[in-house]
Ligand binder design. Structure first.
Ligand SMILES: Cc1cc2nc3c(=O)[nH]c(=O)nc-3n(C[C@H](O)[C@H](O)[C@H](O)COP(=O)(O)O)c2cc1C
Length: 206
């Protein structure tokens, strides 16, 4: 599927065919593509927790306002962001050209150390991009998906073992739409409202 077709085909699916399995090989194929997502300084702040166990999915639904798709989907993936990803910069840049490494390492340390607001912003930014990549990569392999922020972050964090340096960014459920049925495309703001040329009060595109 080319990108246009992929973008048209993806919907936030809320009703899934229950008892559908997604195996490790399929997840690996999807995540191999997700890992190509860009991130600032290539720090790859994301981590993912894949929940397939029925009892754990039920517990997750209980702290996700009872949203049924959490249990009916084949997997519920918690996309996380790491606040301390910058500490891995020496490893990430170990094989980079020396000039790049010597420039990047102090820049990264200066930017992130003792900057909790930036650490959090970056964790959420990278995690959000990865979540979008996950939905598109899944669709490219025939899986439906749904992003969710309707959950209690503290309880979800406790349930799935997140430490204090990891923030939950988004849940993404993956599965097969019930009876293959895709939701209707919802209203989109018109192009001219959201795309302006040169400055925000410039002329609209189109
Ligand atoms: C950050 C985020 C959080 C969302 N949270 C939920 C959610 O908790 N439950 C839900 O049913 N849909 C959730 N959605 C799905 C949106 O309602 C959906 O993307 C939007 O209505 C547009 O529909 P479409 O994705 O099918 O085009 C969420 C979407 C995003 C991006």
């Amino acid at each position: 599927m080319n990108f246009h077709d992929l973008a048209q085909a993806r919907h936030s699916v809320r009703h899934y065919q229950p008892h559908t399995a997604i195996d490790d090989a399929e997840l690996k194929a999807i995540f191999d593509d997700v890992l190509l997502t860009p991130s600032s300084f290539n720090l790859q702040h994301w981590q993912f927790v894949v929940v397939r166990d029925d009892a754990r999915k039920a517990a997750l639904r209980a702290v996700s306002f009872g949203q049924q798709q959490v249990v009916d989907a084949a997997a519920a993936v918690l996309v996380c962001g790491r606040l301390d990803a910058y500490l891995d910069a020496p490893r990430i840049y170990a094989d980079a050209p020396e000039a790049m490494r010597l420039k990047a390492l102090p820049t990264i340390a200066n930017a992130y150390a003792n900057q909790p607001a930036l650490q959090r912003e970056e964790a959420v930014r990278s995690g959000s991009l990865a979540a979008m990549a996950l939905m598109l990569a899944a669709k490219g392999r025939g899986w439906d998906s749904g992003p969710m922020i309707g959950f209690d972050p503290v309880q979800v964090g406790a349930l799935l073992g997140l430490g204090s340096n990891t923030v939950p960014v988004m849940l993404v459920v993956l599965g097969r739409a019930l009876n293959g049925q895709q939701p209707a495309r919802l209203y989109r703001r018109p192009l001219g409202e959201v795309v302006r040329l040169e400055t925000l009060d410039g002329p609209p595109l189109g």
